[in-house]
Structure formats: C-alpha cells, structure tokens
Design a protein around this ligand. Structure first.
Ligand code: AHR
Length: 525
C-alpha cells in the first residue's frame, strides 16, 4: 500500500506529516484504497491549453487526415473533412500546434500561400522523403482553426529560416494596416488579419531543429523573438524551444538567458517502451503484460520529470511567470507492419487510454506551472485521437479520454491524496490508482481515477473535504482486455460509457473502480 500526495513534491513531506492527524484514510472492510480530494484547498486553475493537439506535415496527419481538398469525394467543407471537424469540435480542442515538429524548421511559409496550383513542391526530408505540395499552408491552417474553434499555435522556423522570414510571417498573419505583407494577404483572399496568440520560436533546436547548444539557441531565440511583433491588439505569447526530456541544464540555462522574454518554454517527452535503440520501440498491439508495465512506468515518469523541471524554474522564476509547455508528449511505438516507417502510423489501444489519463492527471497536479501541453499527434500519427482510412474515420481510446476529461478545462485543480495498493508484476510495481480532481465555474466537482491494474477491481473511499456531495454520476473507458482497440470494422470496441459504480453514504463516496479503467465522476452539492 502506498500513500501518494498529488501536491507538489516540495510540499509533500509536510502534507504527509499533516495527514497523520486525519483519520480520512480509514477504510471499510470492503475498501482497499482511499482518495481524499481537498475541496477546501483549491489550487491553480487547470489551463485548458494542456488539452492541446499537434498536427505536423507528417504521414497522413494533414493530407488525408485533416485535409482532402475541396475537390475530394470525401465529404468536406472547403477541403476539410467533415467527420474530423465534427469529432474535434466535440472535444473542444483549445489549441493546435502546426506545422511541426521537425518539419517546422525546414518549412518556408511563403511556399504555402497564393494559388494552390502554383505553389512550389518540396521534399519532406524528415518524414518519408515524400513530396510536399504545400496545398495546406497558412490560410488553410488558420481557417481550419477558426472552423473548429481552436487557438492556432504556430511553430516558426529557426533551424533553416531567417529572422526576416519569421518576422514577415507574423506581419502577414496579424497586421491590419497597409504593409507589403498585409497587402499580400489581402490579395490572397483574407481581408482581416487572424489572431494568433501562441508562437513557437523553433522546435527541438537541440536536435532536428539545428543541433544547437543551449547558449547558442538562447541568443538565437532573442534575435528571432525581438522581431516577432505585436500588431494592433494581437499579443503573441512566445514559446522558446525547451528541453529534451531530462536535460535539466537546457531548462536552467534557457530560462536564465531569456528570462521574461518568453511566455513559455517547451518540454518534449515521449513514452517509448523499449527506448530509441535499433531493436525497435515495442509494438502498439500484441504487447506482453511486461511491455504494458514498462509503458506505464515510463508514462508515470512524467511526474518526477515535470517536478524537476518545475523545481529549476521555481528557483529562477518564483513568481511562475514563465509557463512550462509540454508541447510534444505521448506513446511512441513501432509503426504498424506494412506502413511507411517515416509516417509513424500506430494503433491505439486501451493501454494508450490508461497512460493518457494518467499523464493528464499529472498535468493537473502541476497546473501552477504547466500551462500548455500537446499530445503527438492529432490524426494518424503516433498516439492519435483519430485514425482515418480513405473516407472512414475511427475515434481511438485516447480520443475518448479527451472527451471524458474536457470537464477539467479551465476548472480549478483540487489537490488529491491517495492511499492505493500497488499493481505488481515480477520485480516491478506502480501505484494501481492515480487520480485528479477539479471544481468548475458552477461549483461542480469532477474526479478522474485511473486503475492501472489489469486484473483487479479496486474499491476506494472518496472523501471530498469541505464539500457535501448530494449526487454523483460517472463515465468510464474500459475494455475486457488491455490490448483492444477500435478499427475501421469495429469502431466502437472502446467508447465512453455511463458508470454507476459510485455511491454516496452519509457524505462519503465509495467507488468501485474496475480493473484497467478510467472513470470520471461528476459530483454535485
Ligand atoms: O512528433 C514527431 C516528432 O517528434 C516531431 O516532429 C519532433 O519534434 C519530435 O522529435
């Protein structure tokens, strides 16, 4: 049995010491876990932007995924797939990152404006060496964001671009007056500027974005960011290219060097069961229980990872002015057999739903520092929420987690403490349960609980401190086996279902959390 505080690490010992004074963890004979939600100690707001998505010019994310072109026989609105638009609207995507990824640092935006038929073609050297015809460019992306009601997050080219190129891109998109760029935009059919808040200055500049060291990148950041201007009332929130996973020195130096000149700094961290070596990353389906255990152990390592980056940031920025933006994360497995290795197309099982929900719970915990996150990637690439095949579309188990968790967007995080049994396999062990909670603007509490144990239902008490529950309803994502997924012939193997396993008794809730499931409870006074 372990006790876990979902408060920040630095405060953990205090909280645990304090807990001895409470009898909140006393369990009934049937219960083997306990959850305390500190409804009387609301913490930071959970930025809706941690529910961001990422769409790169990679495989069939853009082409065939979002965009089929206006002439396509696949039902579309101005070239955007209708099924995708509808599915994305449903889960209220707050922001969408584009055009990469590694692609961003070799993308030259001028290639993607003007009449489509005369746009130059290029080779997508990073992703499969395929021809990129630039038919999806700035107008197509920004109009798509308007269509689905999301904030654009553009990542500019530092690796192979110039300060002038980036500066003119900002002017082209956001300037309302008379200028060469704004006039060109009008000629290309867009009279009024778009609003763009989130602006990335390069991507993975320690790697595919130019193999720079952090001192060099910091100087570059300052040059590029200086000339990304605020026009009219458009205010850019600039995001500097941050660390690769556990590169804490990058975070430290970057923050020191760029200080307050950035709204946020990024962090990229993927869950790769077998690592990046030549032996393969591990299959997306047909995995063993040991591979499942390793995957969840690695996914849960997001917690100490963010904790340590946040600790460094707290030293240099105690007021928390600079956001940590985990703008690439998710499970990265081997590609599906027979698919282009450069397209990163993988299936998505119940395992993905469980790790996704667990990581979102971790983001909630750090909501005072993590203000944005983008799972990679939205359609047909890595841990996608949607897969397409010609005119068919399937919503993955990960999609259903985003649908279930949307209630936490912009709600206030309520710290959680847990007493949970372990899920053990051989010499490995993880806490079987993890959870997070929030209170929304109407005073409704939502508690999300993940049971990672594949075999064991867990009965838990749920104490909402300072809140007298009157009604509870719930939703669940689960399946008979971990290794199940939705395919084009069986698109509803895993969906969001009603959950009625929570009961209120004398102000206390008791919940039976089924094995390998994610639930979200809605609790009202
Ligand atoms: O998401 C796929 C790739 O992973 C991105 O292009 C890159 O930034 C990261 O290495």
């Amino acid at each position: 049995m372990r006790t876990i505080s979902l408060l920040k690490t630095a405060k953990r010992s205090l909280v645990l010491a304090g807990m001895a004074a409470f009898s909140v963890f006393s369990l009934s004979a049937e219960e083997n876990a306990a959850i305390v939600v500190k409804a009387d100690q609301p913490a930071a707001q959970i930025s809706r932007h941690i529910y961001g998505q990422f769409s790169e010019h990679l495989g069939h994310c853009i082409y065939g995924g979002i965009w089929v072109g206006p002439e396509s026989s696949i039902p579309n609105t101005d070239g955007y797939r209708n099924d995708i638009v509808e599915a994305l609207k449903e889960i209220r995507i707050p922001n969408l990152r584009w055009p990469g990824g590694c692609f961003a640092d070799e993308y030259h935006w001028r290639d993607g404006i003007g009449p489509r038929e005369s746009r130059p073609k290029m080779i997508n050297t990073h992703w499969g060496g395929v021809v990129e015809d630039n038919s999806f460019g700035t107008h197509e992306f920004l109009n798509f964001c308007e269509l689905i009601g999301t904030e654009p997050y553009i990542c500019g080219n530092v690796g192979s671009g110039t300060v002038e190129e980036m500066s003119k891109w900002v002017e082209y998109i956001t300037f309302d007056g008379e200028s060469p760029m704004a006039n060109e935009r009008r000629q290309n059919g867009r009279e009024k500027p778009w609003k763009v808040k989130f602006w990335g200055v390069g991507n993975e500049n320690w790697g595919c974005g130019g193999h720079m060291d952090v001192e060099f990148y910091s100087d570059q950041y300052k040059r590029y960011a200086t000339y990304c201007r605020n026009y009219g009332d458009n205010r850019l929130q600039k995001i500097a290219g941050g660390a690769n996973s556990g590169d804490y020195n990058w975070t430290k130096v970057l923050l020191k060097e760029i200080g307050r000149q950035a709204w946020g700094i990024s962090l990229h961290h993927y869950t790769v069961p077998k690592g990046w070596g030549a032996g393969g990353k591990g299959p997306a389906t047909g995995f063993t229980e040991e591979e499942y255990m390793i995957t969840i152990q690695k996914a849960l390592s997001m917690d100490p990872l963010i904790g340590q980056h946040a600790e460094i940031m707290d030293q240099l920025d105690p007021q928390k002015n600079v956001a940590l933006c985990v703008d690439e994360w998710g499970n990265w497995f081997d590609v599906e057999p027979g698919t282009n290795p450069g397209f990163l197309y993988q299936q998505n099982t119940l395992r993905d739903a469980l790790t996704c929900a667990s990581v979102l719970n971790i983001f909630h915990k750090y909501s005072d520092r993590v203000k944005m996150a983008n799972i990679a990637q939205m359609v047909n690439v890595l841990q996608s929420i949607i897969l397409t095949k010609d005119d068919q579309m399937v919503l993955t188990p990960t999609y259903h987690i985003y649908n279930m968790y949307k209630v936490h967007q912009d709600a206030v995080n309520l710290p959680v403490e847990l007493l949970t049994p372990d899920y053990k396999l051989g010499s490995r062990a993880v806490p079987a349960l993890n959870a997070s909670a929030s209170v929304d603007a109407d005073g409704v509490i939502h508690v999300s609980i993940v049971n990672l144990d594949p075999d064991r239902d867990i009965a838990t008490s749920l104490n909402l401190r300072g809140f007298a529950p009157k009604s509870v309803t719930g939703q669940i994502v689960t399946a008979p086996k971990l290794d199940m997924w939705n395919d084009f012939d069986h698109p509803e193997t895993i969906t969001l279902k009603a959950f009625d396993g929570a009961k209120i008794n004398k102000g206390l809730l008791s919940v039976k959390v089924p094995a390998k499931s994610v639930i979200t409870l809605e609790i009202k006074k």
